[in-house]
Design a protein around this ligand. Structure first.
Ligand SMILES: Cc1cc2nc3c(=O)[nH]c(=O)nc-3n(C[C@H](O)[C@H](O)[C@H](O)COP(=O)(O)OP(=O)(O)OC[C@H]3O[C@@H](n4cnc5c(N)ncnc54)[C@H](O)[C@@H]3O)c2cc1C
Ligand code: FES
Length: 282
């Protein structure tokens, strides 16, 4: 916890705003922040992010925890709070509470191959893990990596500026898909058209050694995990992160529960075996 009082926000200055999507269907921007009192966090965790006089919303960390002097959040314009965040520019003040929630079990995953599948904005909570694992200090602890990025259209990919760097990482194969054919997209053995759950069988991976990490809309996660299970993968080896509506972030308000679990403290990261034991409310 950044402070002893989890309700007390820390002041942060927006250092930079980056437009991520170039499409008519969604508007996503990344905010790079410098906190007055920086804190450590782990890939998969989230914060409560507020604008004074407007309100508070929940966002996952979108930058590597190994970067100490700044942190990034990638935010889609969805409603009142996010519209107001989207009006802010570099130099503005925002407020951060956190870090909250569990994280991807990076220690437990050592020695395994990794298969990331991210749909649209779902790449944001995966990016801290991706960059952490690619750090030279940690890359040797993991095996082969498949990265599979999905978006509605070419303009809907976020972090497109990272793709070339990631695709050149050692022992890594990088794939992309978009939902439907467009003139600007050339299909080949790494660039597909179609939903990811219909395509994973085209991607070679070792079923026994691989951990799948899936982030994206609930429909995509359900279809994808069914496809991985149909190929023979055990649900314990498939991880995802949930986005339930949250208020307190610390297990007190009861807003985010699924059955007996509070997504803010028991999650947001779960494996599919754990989700299989919970009511289908996500
Ligand atoms: C753990 C966690 C991590 C998240 N990470 C991110 C992130 O990295 N980037 C990002 O853009 N968003 C993220 N979200 C979703 C984000 O919190 C909501 O989009 C935001 O709170 C909407 O606030 P608003 O006032 O702008 O919109 P509202 O007016 O409250 O809602 C606008 C629309 O967004 C939907 N919505 C609101 N809250 C959620 C939610 N929690 N999950 C799904 N849909 C929601 C509403 O149903 C409505 O259709 C995350 C949510 C959680 C719980
Ligand atoms: S957000 Fe309050 S209990 Fe989870």
């Amino acid at each position: 916890m950044s402070t002893t009082n989890p309700y007390l926000p820390i002041r942060a200055e927006i250092l930079e705003v980056r437009q991520e999507t170039q499409s008519d269907t969604q508007d996503v921007k990344t905010y790079k922040l410098k906190l007055d009192e920086p804190f450590d966090y782990r890939p998969g965790q989230f914060v409560e992010f507020s604008v004074a006089g407007i309100g508070e919303s929940t966002f996952g960390f979108a930058s590597s925890p190994l970067i100490r002097d700044a942190m990034e959040f990638t935010i889609k314009r969805a409603g009142y709070v996010t519209e107001n965040i989207h009006m802010l520019s570099a130099g503005a003040t925002v407020w951060i509470r956190g870090p909250f929630g569990n994280c991807f079990p990076l220690g437990d995953l050592e020695g395994n191959d990794l298969f990331y599948v991210a749909g649209g904005l779902g790449l944001a909570p995966l990016r801290p893990m991706i960059d952490y694992v690619f750090d030279p200090a940690y890359r040797g602890k993991y095996g082969k990596i498949n990265m599979f990025m999905a978006a509605r259209t070419p303009g809907d990919f976020i972090f497109a500026y990272d793709f070339e760097k990631w695709s050149k990482m050692p022992d890594t194969t990088f794939y992309r898909t978009i939902d439907g054919k467009v003139d600007s997209w050339t299909e080949d053995d790494k660039n597909f058209v179609g939903f990811p759950h219909t395509l994973i069988e085209k991607i070679p991976f070792d079923l026994e050694k691989t951990i799948a990490v899936l982030c994206g809309p609930p429909m995509m996660i359900k279809a994808l995990s069914s496809s991985f299970v149909a190929l023979g993968m055990s649900p314990e080896r498939i991880y995802t992160t949930l986005e339930m509506r949250m208020t307190c972030g610390v297990g007190k308000c009861g807003k985010c529960n699924i059955g007996h679990k509070y997504v803010c403290i028991d999650g947001p990261v779960f494996n599919m075996a754990e989700l299989g034991e919970m009511p289908n409310e996500y």
